[in-house]
Ligand binder design. Structure first.
Ligand code: CMP
Length: 134
C-alpha cells in the first residue's frame, strides 16, 4: 500500500453548476481523505502558472480565460495510489471519450468545460498545489 496525496481542482463550471458536493462525495465514498480544501479565484498570472505546460497550444487562451471566469475549489486528496486512482475516477479530458461512471462522463459538458482537473504525476502534485497552498 502506498499512501499518496494528489491535487484536485473543481473548475468554474463545476462550481457554477452546483456540483461541489457531488464531486467531493465521490472521493469520500471511495474512502479518500480531504486533507486541505479551499474556494479560490485565479487571476491570469496564477492560471498561467497552473497551466504552464500548455502555454503556446491553440486552446491556451480559451483555457486561461475559462479557468479565471469564476471561483474554483482546490483540494488535496489522500488515498492509496491517489494520483492514478483520482485520474481514473475523473476520466478522459473529452467527456465524449470518458468511460461511463467517471466524473467527466457523468457530469462534464465539453472538453474545455470538463468540471475537474487532477494532477497526472507526483511532481505535478507539488507544482500545482503550490499555486493554491503554501
Ligand atoms: P485539464 O485536465 O484541466 O488539463 C488541461 C486542460 O486543457 C484540460 O483539462 C481541458 O480542459 C483543456 N483542454 C485540453 N485540450 C483542449 C482542447 N483541444 N480544447 C480546449 N480545451 C482543451
Amino acid at each position: 500500500m502506498a499512501i499518496q496525496r494528489t491535487f484536485v481542482m473543481i473548475k468554474p463550471d463545476g462550481v457554477r453548476r452546483g456540483l461541489i458536493g457531488e464531486i467531493i462525495g465521490r472521493f469520500e465514498k471511495r474512502g479518500m481523505k480531504i486533507i486541505q480544501m479551499k474556494m479560490d479565484r485565479l487571476d491570469r498570472a496564477r492560471a498561467e502558472k497552473l497551466y504552464a505546460e500548455h502555454k503556446g497550444k491553440p486552446f491556451f487562451e480559451e483555457l486561461v480565460s475559462y479557468v479565471t471566469s469564476g471561483p474554483v475549489v482546490a483540494m488535496i486528496v489522500e488515498s492509496d495510489e491517489a494520483v492514478s486512482v483520482v485520474r481514473r475516477m475523473i476520466g478522459s479530458t473529452d467527456p465524449k471519450e470518458a468511460s461511463p461512471g467517471t466524473i467527466r462522463a457523468d457530469l462534464a459538458l465539453s472538453k474545455s468545460e470538463n468540471v475537474i482537473h487532477a494532477s497526472d504525476s507526483a511532481e505535478k502534485v507539488q507544482y500545482e498545489s503550490s499555486v493554491f497552498f503554501s
